[in-house]
Design a protein around this ligand. Sequence first.
Ligand code: UDX
Length: 447
Amino acid sequence: MSRIGVFGAGYVGLVTGACFADLGHDVTVRDVVPEKIDALERGEVPIYEPGLGELLERSAPRLRFTLDVHDAVEGADFLYVCVGTPPTYSGDADLSAVWTVIDELQGSVSGSGALVVMKSTVPVGTGEKVRAALDARGLEGVGYVSNPEFTAEGTAVRDFMYPDRIVVGSFDEADGDAVAALHEGIDAPVVRMDVPSAEMVKLASNAFLMTRISFINEIANVCEATGADVVKVAEAVGLDHRLGPHFLRAGIGYGGSCFPKDSLALKQLAANSGYHFQLLNAVIEVNELQKRRVIAKLEKHLGKLRGRRVALLGLAFKPHTDDMREAPSLVLASRLIAEGAEVRCWDPVADASGLLSGVVRCATPLEAAEGADAVVVVTEWPELADLDLAALRAAMRTPLLVDGRNFLDPDAAQAAGLVYEGIGRASQSSFAALPETPETAASDLRR
Ligand code: UDX
């Protein structure tokens, strides 16, 4: 069994560390945030990720946490870089955390044996730069391998243990063999290649998934205009074995820690190399517009939104995570507030306080819906499948339900007296007369 130092105790680092420890390796996870390390040492999990708590507990005998870089490097065979690479103002990936780790490693690794493994998502060419930096320091004996992660939040532990493939990009055959062998116990094809290609696999995979989402969202928008139902369309399209059913759920756009950042990074990577990546630009633009379409839907039924009360059900960028990074809910809530609407929200785990001001957080979906002129399903949390639609209708002031994820049953919603508006589905007729708010009444007088 090997000794592994993991740098970064975020989603990627914790899942990587815990899973390798579960496979029997000896793992030390190092982070620079003392509160995070303290919490982990107390057995607390600083992020919401299903299954991670149990895994950390189970692998505790082989898992340590530290603030000290030397603890993680000492005797380690593999040094996994799992730090964040957020976008900069230019859209390029910010590699400062990666370079800080590389600098620290250069000061701590002694000579040969250790292998630096890049799990953070980095632009193509980063590995070659790190290799050159290690060589310049006389660390030619320290290997470098690219081993990108493809785990999705909410299913990260399962994705790590049962991946579709393990990608290993190396400069040196033996280094690649060592990283491939580290994954023994995981039943998946190992795809070997050079370092730049491995870096590109990650960016290309994410870009393709985003392309599918923006594609189906555009089909949804055309469905809306032509009377087709995108849910049925996607089901049948997905049954074509050449296309497959995944990432064809129309909705209010993608968010999260990877897609928005990685699409910008790939766009900039291409642009910096003199190439205009037209398709990717369109994918990004479609997603930006998609997040705003809910506003138009609300206005179609309610008119001006000033003074209207809107309940957002779900805040996280997707269910089973508390991650608010690039969540469509943030754009939606900000637009609603800018239009003068009153926003109430519910989410079982995500907390937007500090990100959204002027939004009232409620303990239950029904509490959020109290006196609302519209309820918007923003994140398809399973809890919402059991929502009592009659009680929801009774709590609301105006019975408008915008299902931003096509998650609820339109017929059941209609039967409960709600006006249902999905994404890419035939729109139901609106209510005859709207109750007025003091603001709308006043603006009518001014007209
Ligand atoms: C993604 C990739 O799936 C993963 O391989 C990569 O390592 C990191 O980025 P993640 O961001 O955790 O993972 O979530 P994912 O489940 O892929 O969803 C991303 C976004 O796309 C969410 O906002 C989700 O709601 C949206 N989405 C997904 C759709 O709108 N429609 C779909 O059909 C699928």
